[in-house]
Each structure stands twice: as structure tokens, then as C-alpha cells.
Ligand binder design. Structure first.
Ligand code: 26Q
Length: 776
């Protein structure tokens, strides 16, 4: 009530949901500020080593609900809102998602921030305060249409602007030598201004800062030009600043060679490093030789890899240290996480562009390369600069103390493929840290029915120590418990069904298998395999409509990069197929498809707790880890999946009997791909796949000419082996049908999945980083 009146300036009789949501947010924020400031004081007074997580993406989602949970105020809040006659869901859902990320990598950064606070590790996250996060998706005639996202169009109650923490970031210009020193005279510059958001940990014992940089013009006008009457040119500095933190790049592989992207990467990195050095000097004095004792920096993929040359530049050019020492200090401070093996996703910049935008950094990159080549005996194949391009993966590797992969399989492949040559030279550098997700948001907050059942069955300790879920294993044979587990799942399914009916007009039967594939649209993730299997099943049901089919609701969710034609065509196909199948009275009791638009963190929080079956069907060797797979497992869904990424570890932990495995292994997939005509051969052998492709070509699902190119690609190229894995997938899905029909059996498997999911807490992952990389 205080904040409604004094911050929002509204009396209750005029207050809207928005007013109430802000008032509630400020009330909760007040409670976070105390532990937040205490944490800062503790870190500073005890001169603690800090972790700095540099990431171009933080996919936070909504903040209010998570803060309430971590403060332990969910019950009190319910009572308070009820006494005011307010609807809790309405208030929570009024908050826009902070969608400052594309997918897995950005969401991982958000889970890590939450775990760092829950574990009380002094840490900062550094990112960019994009005015526009990931685009909003809608469908027009089944096709994806992107509209801008504008979360900052309304007051954002969680951030504190720090006008006093501002740094100048230069671009372009010249490098001159003055008294034997290199001096960079940038041709353009902007100011990076800090916007801080507190991230509260479990039970509110600690809060860290997510510091996002917003770009400001150095000076609003070029006064010379302005006075000379050239008003448009006079506003150029402002124009650069406005574009720099304007929008998140919506491609989750790469948008190669874009000058603005390089500038964004440097903007984040330079602001963060200047801030880190300022804080170090303020706390520990001018002697930067001790930097690695107090600072551990983690680079989230190669996106901030310019940190290597930038840190050396700051130490050499601004703090007068010699090159060799600067290089050594940088290497003992920086670490790099690799998230991909896809060659097209490895960042490269033309040396022309690098020299144009960051001329001093290009010089330093050449020095790093020369030093590395000299010190390793000038091996062939190992160089940062190759074919007139700067290879950011190599740069990040060479500048890192430790390099890590994100699942056991992925780390092995990092060692044996992308970085094989560097791994031979530095055999101890690559380590594995399997990803994890925060159980606070992904279990306690998003799945109250299951959380209550867990509390009742094994006590509440699991939220802060997810290994305690092991205590559930004995209940897997307890019929009473299994009934309650089923009831909890059913409650989530009913809630989702109501939403799907209201939003999409789809009438879903809560008794059906809720089969969910939610993730970015990508050929390697093989949503195409899923929809082709759906078509084949539909056709089979038609052949025997009186058969004993297990009812299924197939749910899809995900966005395609705006320029990714094949991914967009697959979206169109899924929507076309959904239209035909959902309107078919012959199959409607057995099969439905729902594709709600604009999948985001908040939608994931509704879909995952309601899922029975988790689709993790990427071509083996292509998905670095996956993190959605872990969220489903924790929430009691069973996985149908390939031996890819963290699926391998999920299967080992839950046991092969409680996991639906299909498809080629990573090694087999490589061999298969090398066979000429592999797709055609596999399709010829598969009646089900042939029929599915034929039905599309005949125009049973909208105009076939939309799909000719996709069909042609599937027959003749099929780079991700949809055809080779089709029959194995189809058969595996039928074994899912029979398993689901036996409730007792299914529920037991579900319970064992939950009981074995403790390993996938991001608390475990962060402890691993602390021990093997950061030494905090
Ligand atoms: C790079 C340059 C220019 C424009 C965009 C990009 C870009 C942006 C985002 C490249 C890649 C990404 C995102 C990658 C990503 O999300 N990778 C996922 O990371 C997860 C966390 O480790 C893994 O679980 C997933 O397997 C991996 O695909």
C-alpha cells in the first residue's frame, strides 16, 4: 500500500493491475536491497575474490515471482494479495519477460546468476541492456512474423541506474607511437552507463549484481558541425550510441561479419573490464600483478573473446605493464566456455573489419598469435589468424586459463574435433562442466503441485540441495505416492489445457500424452523429424481408426532466426499439418497438435510442468548439452532422445529402463553422413517416412509448393539425418504409447526420473566452476 500511494502515486480505488504489480515489486525490492548491500560490504571489507560472468545474453524472464520464492514469502504474499482482493496470477503475469537472450546460452547465464547468489559467491554478471530483447513471434497464415519486443517501454522496477559508473568506449581511428608507446586515438566513442539489477539467492542470504550496460552519446552534438549548420552530421555520436544497445541479435548461431555485432561485443567487454580494474584498484591498490588472485572472469562463448586483447591493452597502454606480463596476467584471469561444435557458429571476423573497428586490438592479436606460435614451436594449423580472418575460438582458447565444454560428450568432442590441435599443445586446459538449471525457478516456482508433494514426502531441503531428491527413490514403488504424483501432473495438464483452449481454441484431453518439443527452431534439433512422425502416425490411425491408439497432444514451441529460411519453412509446415489434423474428425480423439506462438521463459514455466514426454531428438553430436532436457526430467517428464549432449548423462542417471532411446550415435552419424545418397536410401526403406513425405507433396497440408525445396533437401541432402533416424524414432514412439497405457509403470518411471535429477541443479555446476576454474 505504501508504494502504491507514494511510488506509483495512486489510491487503491484508481489502481490498475499495472499499478499494483509495480507496488508489489517495489515492496519486494525493498527486502532484497538489505542483503544485497550487506553482500557488497562483506566482499569489499574482506577483500574477497570475485567471479565476473561476461555474456552477451541473460535470458532472465520474469523477476517478481522468483524473488518472492527466494525470499520465502509465497504464502504470505498469497494472503496479502487475497486480503486486498487481488489476483496473484494476474499480477505476476503482468510483468514482461526480460528476454535479453536467444535460448540456451542466455538462459544458462540467468540460472548461473541465481545459483551464484544462492551459494553466496561474490559475483557480477555483465551484459548489455538491450532496449529490444528477442523479437515477438506471431503466426500469419501459419508463417512466422516477427515484431519488435519493447520491454523498456514501461517502467522497469528492478533496475538501479548508476550514472557515476560510466566508461568511454572507443572505436576506429588510428594507432600512433609516442615515445616508444602505442597510443590509440579512437575515431568514435560512446559512453557505457551501468544499470544494476539485484539477483537474490535462495533464502535471501545473498544477492549479487547483474550489471547491464546501456550506451549513451559522449556528447549529444558535435558542436562544430552543429554551429556550421550541418545538423544531421552533428547528431552522429548520438546515432551510434542509440544503435549500440538498441537490439539483441536474433540469430542463435551467428550473423557473421556484422560491424554492429562486433561493436556490441567490444562495448560490453571493454566496459566490464574497465569496471573490474577500477574496482580492483579501489580495493587492492595500483599493483595489478595480483589481479588473478582477486578476479576470475568467465567468457560465455566467444562473444566476449575480445576480452583477451582488451585486457592486455588496458594493462599495457593504460597501466604501463610490459606485454609479456600483461599476457600472463590476462591468461590467469580469463576462462572460456564453448557452447557449440557447429562450424558455422564459430565466430570469425575479417582482419579488415577488425583493423577498421579495433585497430589497436588487431595489433595485439598479432602479438598474442606470434607469442603463442613461438612458445609452442610454430605448429602447423594452429593460428588465430587464418585466411585473412581472426578466429575468435582460437583467440579465446589461447587467452584462457581453462576452456570448458558443457556436457561430457560435448567436452570429448571439443577435445577431438574443433580444438584438437590446441588440445594436443595444452592437454590440461580443456575441462568438462555439465550444465545445470536452477531448481528454484524450474521446480519450486513453476510447479507448485509437485513442489508441495516433494515437501510433504522428503521435506523442504531439496530446494537448496537437489541431491536430496534421491530420497524419493523408495517411493517409486509406493502406490499412494504414485497416485499423488499423477494427480500433481494432471493438475498442471488441466491448467495448460484451459490455456490452450482459451488461446488457440484447441480442446486437449488431459488424459492424452502431453508430448512437448520446445526450443529454438533449428535443423539440427530436428523438429522436422517430429512432425514427419506425427504425419505418419496420423496416416496409420486413418488406416485403422478403431485401433487401440494412445491419445497424444503434440506441443511445439520455438522461434526461428528471421533469416533462417529452412527453419521458417518447418514452422509453416507444423502449422499447416496442425490445421489439417486438428480438423480431422476421424483422428481427433487420438491426435492433436498445438503450436502456441512466442515461446519464451514464461511459457516454458507452464509447458514443462505439464509435460509427460520430453523431445530431445537432435542429431547425435550436434547439441552441446541442452538444458530444457534437464528441466523436463526434474518435472517428471520422460525423455525420448538421442545420445546427444547431456541426454547421455540423463540416461545414465535415470537408468536406461526409464529413458526412451533411439537413433544413431555421434560416431555412427558421422559415418552415415559420409555415405553418398544416405537419405534417399533410408527413405526407400521406410514406408512410414515415404508416406509422410508423399502426403506433403500431394498437398494434404496446404499448398505443396511451399514445401518442394524442403522435400528436395530431405531427399537429396538431409544434413541432419532425419531419414536415417526416422524408423528408429517411429518405433520408439510406439513403445512410448504402450508404456503410457500402463499408468503404474509410467508413474514409477516418472518418479525415478525426478529422484535422479539432482545432478542437474546449476548449484552443482557452479560448485564445479568454483573448484576447477575460479578457485573461489
Ligand atoms: C554469434 C554471433 C553473431 C550473432 C549471434 C551469435 C550467437 C548468439 C547466440 C551465437 C550463438 C548463440 C547461442 C548459442 C546457444 O544457445 N548454445 C546453446 O548453449 C546451451 C548452454 O550451454 C547448450 O545447452 C545448447 O546445447 C547450445 O546449443
Amino acid at each position: 500500500m505504501y508504494h502504491l500511494t507514494h511510488t506509483q502515486g495512486r489510491g487503491p480505488e484508481f489502481a490498475t493491475v499495472f499499478d499494483w504489480r509495480l507496488a508489489v515489486s517495489y515492496t519486494i525490492r525493498d527486502l532484497i536491497v538489505t542483503p544485497w548491500m550487506a553482500g557488497h560490504r562483506t566482499s569489499r571489507d574482506n577483500k574477497l575474490k570475485r567471479v565476473y560472468y561476461l555474456s552477451m545474453e541473460f535470458l532472465i524472464g520474469r523477476i517478481l515471482g522468483d524473488a518472492i520464492i527466494n525470499l520465502g514469502l509465497d504464502h504470505q504474499m498469497d494472503e496479502a494479495l487475497e486480503s486486498l482482493g487481488l489476483n496473484r496470477t494476474q499480477i505476476l503475469e503482468d510483468e514482461p519477460d526480460a528476454a535479453l537472450g536467444n535460448g540456451g546460452l542466455g538462459r544458462l547465464a540467468a540460472c548461473f546468476m541465481e545459483s551464484l547468489s544462492s551459494l553466496g559467491v561474490p559475483a557480477f554478471g555483465y551484459g548489455i541492456r538491450y532496449e529490444h530483447g528477442l523479437f515477438r513471434q506471431r503466426f500469419a497464415a501459419g508463417q512466422q512474423v516477427e515484431t519488435p519486443e519493447d520491454w523498456l517501454n514501461q517502467p522497469h522496477p528492478w533496475e538501479f541506474v548508476r550514472v557515476d559508473y560510466s566508461y568511454t568506449i572507443g572505436f576506429k581511428g588510428e594507432v600512433e607511437t609516442v615515445d616508444g608507446h602505442s597510443v590509440w586515438l579512437p575515431g568514435e566513442s560512446v559512453v557505457a552507463r551501468a544499470y544494476d539489477t539485484p539477483v537474490i539467492g535462495w533464502q535471501a542470504n545473498w544477492a549479487n549484481t547483474l550489471r547491464l550496460w546501456g550506451a549513451q552519446p559522449t556528447n549529444l552534438f558535435d558542436l562544430h558541425r552543429f554551429n556550421a549548420g550541418d545538423y544531421a552530421a552533428a547528431a552522429e555520436p548520438e546515432a551510434l550510441a542509440r544503435t549500440l544497445s538498441r537490439v539483441l541479435y536474433p540469430d542463435d548461431t551467428t550473423d557473421q561479419g556484422k560491424e554492429l555485432r562486433l561493436k556490441q561485443e567490444y562495448f560490453l567487454t571493454s566496459a566490464a573490464l574497465q569496471d573490474i580494474i577500477r574496482r580492483f584498484v579501489a580495493e587492492h591498490g595500483e599493483d595489478l600483478a595480483h589481479l588473478p588472485d582477486k578476479v576470475a572472469i568467465q567468457l560465455n562463448d566467444t562473444h566476449p573473446a575480445i576480452a583477451g586483447p582488451e585486457l592486455i591493452r588496458l594493462l599495457m597502454d593504460e597501466h604501463d605493464l610490459p606485454f609479456a606480463q600483461s599476457l600472463d596476467l590476462a591468461r590467469r584471469t580469463l576462462n572460456y566456455t564453448n557452447h557449440t561444435l557447429l562450424p558455422e557458429a564459430l565466430e570469425r571476423w575479417s582482419i579488415w573489419l577488425m583493423g577498421h573497428v579495433l585497430p589497436r586490438h588487431l595489433q595485439i592479436i598479432r602479438m598474442i598469435d606470434e607469442d603463442h606460435r613461438k612458445s609452442t614451436g610454430r605448429p602447423a594449423n594452429v593460428s588465430i589468424i587464418d585466411h585473412d580472418e581472426v578466429r575468435m575460438g582460437e583467440l579465446a582458447f589461447i587467452m584462457a586459463g581453462k576452456v570448458n565444454g558443457v556436457s561430457a560428450l560435448h567436452t570429448d568432442l571439443v577435445r577431438s574435433t574443433v580444438f584438437a590441435d590446441l588440445h594436443k599443445l595444452h592437454p590440461d586446459r580443456i575441462v568438462n562442466l555439465t550444465n545445470g538449471v536452477t531448481p528454484r525457478r524450474w521446480l519450486r516456482m513453476s510447479n507448485p503441485p509437485l513442489a508441495r508433494l516433494l515437501d510433504k514426502t522428503i521435506g523442504t531441503g531439496w530446494t537448496g540441495d537437489l541431491d536430496l531428491l534421491k530420497g524419493l527413490a523408495p517411493y517409486a514403488d509406493d502406490g499412494g505416492f504414485l497416485d499423488e504424483l499423477r494427480a500433481a501432473k494432471r493438475q498442471n495438464k488441466v491448467a495448460l489445457s484451459n490455456g490452450l483452449l482459451a488461446d488457440l481454441g484447441i480442446n486437449a484431453d488431459p488424459e492424452a500424452i502431453f508430448d512437448v518439443q520446445v526450443k529454438r527452431m533449428h535443423e539440427y534439433k530436428r523438429q522436422l523429424l517430429n512432425i514427419l512422425e506425427t504425419i505418419a502416425l496420423w496416416h496409420r490411425i486413418h488406416e485403422s481408426p478403431n485401433g487401440d491408439w494412445t491419445p497424444r497432444l503434440k506441443i511445439f514451441g520455438g522461434k526461428a532466426a528471421p533469416g533462417y529460411w529452412t527453419a521458417k519453412t518447418i514452422i509453416h509446415l507444423i502449422n499447416d499439418v496442425a490445421k489439417t489434423i486438428n480438423d480431422d474428425p476421424v483422428t481427433s480423439q487420438f491426435l492433436k497438435i498445438a503450436y502456441p506462438p512466442n515461446y519464451n521463459v514464461s511459457m516454458a514455466e507452464k509447458l514443462i510442468p505439464a509435460a509427460d514426454l520430453s523431445e530431445q531428438i537432435s542429431t547425435a553430436g550436434k547439441e552441446a548439452s541442452g538444458t530444457g532436457n534437464m528441466k523436463f526430467t526434474m518435472n517428471g517428464a520422460l525423455t525420448i532422445g538421442t545420445l546427444d549432449g547431456a541426454n547421455v548423462e540423463i540416461r545414465e542417471l535415470v537408468g536406461p529402463d526409464n529413458f526412451f532411446l533411439f537413433g544413431l550415435t555421434a560416431a555412427e552419424a558421422e559415418t552415415e553422413k559420409a555415405k553418398p545418397g544416405h537419405a534417399r536410401a533410408a527413405i526407400e526403406k521406410s514406408d512410414d517416412m515415404k508416406i509422410a513425405l508423399q502426403l506433403i507433396a500431394e498437398g494434404r497440408f496446404g499448398r505443396p509448393e511451399h514445401y518442394y525445396a524442403l522435400l528436395d533437401r530431405t531427399w537429396n541432402d538431409d544434413p541432419f539425418l532425419v531419414a536415417s533416424d526416422f524408423d528408429s524414432y517411429y518405433r520408439c514412439q510406439r513403445s512410448v504409447d504402450s508404456a503410457y497405457a500402463d499408468h503404474g509403470h509410467w508413474d514409477r518411471m516418472s518418479a525415478l526420473n525426478i529422484a535422479s535429477s539432482g545432478f542437474f541443479s546449476s548449484d552443482r555446476t557452479i560448485r564445479g566452476y568454483m573448484e576447477t576454474i575460479w578457485h573461489v
